[in-house]
Design a binder for this molecule. Structure first.
Ligand SMILES: CC(C)(COP(=O)(O)OP(=O)(O)OC[C@H]1O[C@@H](n2cnc3c(N)ncnc32)[C@H](O)[C@@H]1OP(=O)(O)O)[C@@H](O)C(=O)NCCC(=O)NCCS
Length: 254
């Protein structure tokens, strides 16, 4: 299958969204020539016939940064998607969550503050950085992600950090078989650089270890240096990266 329509994304955005799977054409120097490549042309013809407005595509970094005529096809690089992982059994016993108050979310905490933190956590997201993304979609998406995490639909736990009684940061956690995943993590602008992010990641790792999980993973954006360094300082290692593109097609239905 060279492409597939994404039902959830299409319903959420209100226009047709697809993901396609094609290698970059290799016969042209500098990876140029996608617009002239027969398989790319065939996929774009099919996407156009299918009235797709937004198509996602990614390619591993090993091939080098894609250049050439992808922009001619409506392509824009919106993310260097970056996976970190670690073996939780290597976590030193001496690593404690620190003296900051990190506690599980409970229903007495202000949901609006948590949504605000979720929006701050997504500032490098492809939905925030793509200038062609319709207004309000990023906010709607991250608001929904936070609310569904608090409802335990997209997360198994939400931990919050308090500094002087104020909500300074949050992290959402999910257990995926024997892997512990961080979903959203954000520290309020007023508190960044003060160790809150470290306390949240350490607390997440302890939550995973307490449940006998063996590995921990997190996905972030390569452009988000603060997040990449935070994870590395907490023992995560870079595992994989890919360039992620949005292709906006003129043919799509509103
Ligand atoms: C990423 C984030 C959670 C870090 O939280 P924080 O409380 O500021 O982090 P800490 O104070 O615990 O710092 C931990 C390490 O992160 C790195 N770091 C933090 N801020 C940084 C910055 N602005 N630039 C580069 N590195 C930074 C440092 O290596 C730091 O350790 P060090 O000071 O000992 O060198 C926070 O900046 C944030 O909320 N950013 C916006 C949301 C976001 O990017 N979320 C992640 C999405 S995957």
């Amino acid at each position: 299958m060279t492409y597939r329509l994404l039902e959830w994304d299409s319903a959420f955005f209100g226009f047709r969204v697809a993901r396609f799977y094609l290698p970059l054409p290799t016969n042209v120097p500098g990876n140029a020539g996608a617009a002239a490549d027969a398989s790319w042309r065939a996929v774009f013809d099919a996407l156009t016939r299918d009235k797709v407005r937004l198509a996602y595509w990614s390619t591993p970094v090993q091939g080098g940064e894609p250049t050439g005529d992808l922009e001619e096809l409506g392509g824009r690089m919106v993310d260097l998607k970056t996976w970190f992982g670690m073996d939780l059994r290597q976590l030193p016993d001496t690593v404690a969550p620190g003296n900051m108050a990190v506690v599980p979310y409970d229903a007495t905490m202000p949901v609006a503050d948590l949504v605000d933190l979720a929006l701050q956590s997504g500032e490098y997201s492809r939905f925030a950085v793509d200038p062609l993304m319709p207004a309000g979609k990023f906010t709607a998406l991250y608001t929904r992600w936070m609310l569904r995490s608090l409802a335990r639909e997209l997360a198994d736990e939400v931990l919050v950090a308090r500094v002087a009684g104020r909500l300074a940061g949050m992290v959402t956690l999910r257990r995926n078989q024997d892997v512990g995943e961080i979903g959203l993590i954000g520290v309020h602008r007023d508190y960044r650089g003060g160790g809150v992010g470290t306390a949240l990641v350490r607390s997440a790792q302890h939550w995973f270890v307490e449940r006998g999980l063996r590995r921990a993973t997190v996905v972030t954006q390569g452009a988000n240096q603060a997040a990449c360094r935070l994870y590395q300082r907490c023992g995560y290692r870079l595992e994989q990266q890919e360039y992620f593109f949005h292709f906006w097609l003129p043919s799509g239905d509103e």
